[in-house]
Design a binder for this molecule. Structure first.
Ligand code: GLC
Length: 408
């Protein structure tokens, strides 16, 4: 099956940062707060008085993403509350230029381009604010397409458009041909993604869509048997429980969970899109910055295994959590839950562990080592039966998931 170049490029990006940022960031109660808490519009719109990000908000975000090892950022250019971070060029006055005198999407794209990060645009489909969404759906679709045309035309080359909210009116005709055709005409290399939400994870849709989504769910292999083209996949995940900044959300995921999730995404060649919700001034919470910093420590060390290598489907005997990726003459063995050897009085994860990683390979193994340190690993090979010895951590290290590089 032929894989289109934009889809190949997307899969190689591997790790992205999702950014939910908008008027709701002022309230600090999540991006659904207007709807979920039924905040009257005149009250909600008071956020426009104070929404004014720091001058360097975009560059700081981009640098945080880059340090974490991300290669792309997907920014909410317009979320369900209908407010646009971009200049709507007269479509309405409910946009960043009218509120803070700046085009925040331009600032974002400029910062991305400056630092070699690929910008993606999240764009809502459903709209709580735009009257026509409820009263005249055909007219709304025109408004939507004009909006999408603006973001496709005015910001140079982008990595893709990420739609969300079609699930709100599943039985209506969204005139997808026209919507996606528009994107193809202005941005032929852009990915088109349409989030299928929490209840339809991994579902295929319109033929122009280039990736399926696994919103907050572990990716799985997708069935492309009836699909005329190859389709990528992406899992998006929150750091705590909400996407937009939520002051009272303390439910942060562990770094162990995040590293393992990222690894599992790559097992299926899925991209991992990890969300942050900046505060109204555009800055991140300390815990978000810290999480990105630690993830960066892991992902930068293992960078070689996280972008180009593809799944092999080779099984590791008795270790279903372990898996092998391949890129040319290099294989990458992902090892979970290695323990710290020998020091019962100071280490808690000292459960019994067998270092064997036995699998079948019809090639001669020449060398094996830990990717993060270059430390050589013992291995044996009898015919096609390979056994790589993933030895325990020494006291003084624990990478959660460690990757062995195997050269053939
Ligand atoms: C859901 C939510 C939305 C969020 C999105 C991210 O669709 O409605 O708030 O932006 O998930 O995946």
């Amino acid at each position: 099956m032929i894989i289109e170049q934009r889809i190949k490029n997307f899969e190689k990006l591997g790790f992205g940062m999702f950014v939910h940022f908008g008027l709701y960031s002022v309230l600090g109660m999540g991006e659904w707060s207007q709807f979920a808490r039924q905040i009257p519009w005149d009250e909600y719109l008071k956020t426009t008085d104070t929404f004014c990000p720091n001058e360097n908000w975009a560059e700081e975000l981009v640098l945080a993403a880059k340090d974490a090892g991300c290669r792309y950022i997907t920014l909410t250019t317009r979320h369900h509350d209908g407010f646009s971070l971009y200049d709507t060029c007269g479509l309405n006055t409910y946009d960043a230029p009218h509120v803070c005198g700046r085009d925040l999407v331009k600032e974002f794209v400029d910062a991305c381009n400056k630092h070699g990060i690929v910008p993606f645009f999240y764009h809502t489909l459903l709209d709580w604010h735009e009257e026509s969404y409820k009263t005249d759906f055909k007219a709304y679709l025109q408004y939507l397409r004009k909006s999408v045309e603006i973001v496709c035309k005015n910001y140079g080359k982008i990595g893709g458009i990420w739609f969300d909210g079609m699930w709100d009116r599943p039985d209506d005709d969204w005139e997808e041909d026209a919507l996606y055709g528009l994107i193809r005409s202005y941005q032929p290399d852009a990915m088109i993604i349409n989030n299928t939400g929490l209840f339809q994870r991994g579902a295929l849709g319109h033929i122009e869509l280039d990736s399926v989504t696994f919103e907050r769910g572990r990716p799985q292999p997708i069935n492309l048997a009836d699909s005329p083209k190859y389709i990528a996949s992406e899992m998006c995940e929150t750091l705590a429980s909400h996407w937009g900044y939520t002051e009272n959300d303390l439910h942060f995921k562990s770094l162990e969970h995040l590293i393992k999730t990222f690894a599992i995404c790559r097992r299926y060649r899925s991209n991992f899109l990890l969300n942050v919700g900046p505060k109204a001034d555009g800055s991140l919470r300390t815990i978000e910055k810290g999480a990105l910093e630690v993830l960066g420590q892991w992902s930068r060390r293992n960078d070689e295994a996280l972008h180009d290598p593809a799944p092999t489907g080779i099984e590791i005997a008795g270790k279903p959590e372990h898996f092998l990726l391949q890129n040319g003459n290099a294989y990458y063995l992902f090892v979970n839950d290695l323990n710290i050897g020998g020091f019962e009085h100071v280490a808690t994860n000292t459960a019994k562990y067998t270092p064997d990683n036995i699998f079948t390979l019809d090639k001669r193994v020449k060398a094996a080592c830990w990717l993060d340190s270059g430390e050589p690993l013992d291995f044996t090979q009898e015919g096609s039966r390979v056994n790589v010895q993933a030895k325990q951590y020494q006291y003084g290290e624990d990478h959660v998931v460690r990757i062995a590089k195997i050269e053939v």
